[in-house]
Design a protein around this ligand. Sequence first.
Ligand code: SF4
Length: 66
Amino acid sequence: MEQMEWKPIVEKCSGCGNVIEERCRIWTTPAAKWRMGICPSATHMKVEVKSTETKVRVGQQKQKKK
Ligand code: SF4
């Protein structure tokens, strides 16, 4: 079995319930999770739902109907 490389937790992980012995028990690279914003699995932070997720798509209806 291949062993995954578990990177150490980052500063923002402190206080998270998923930290076990200085490692995250969910993600191998915690830093990558925080690079995109708040870690989705963080127990000590609330994941903010960004409004961009629900933004209404403005359709460009350039297709001509016959
Ligand atoms: S779940 Fe997220 S916040 Fe918690 S230790 Fe892992 S990477 Fe860090």
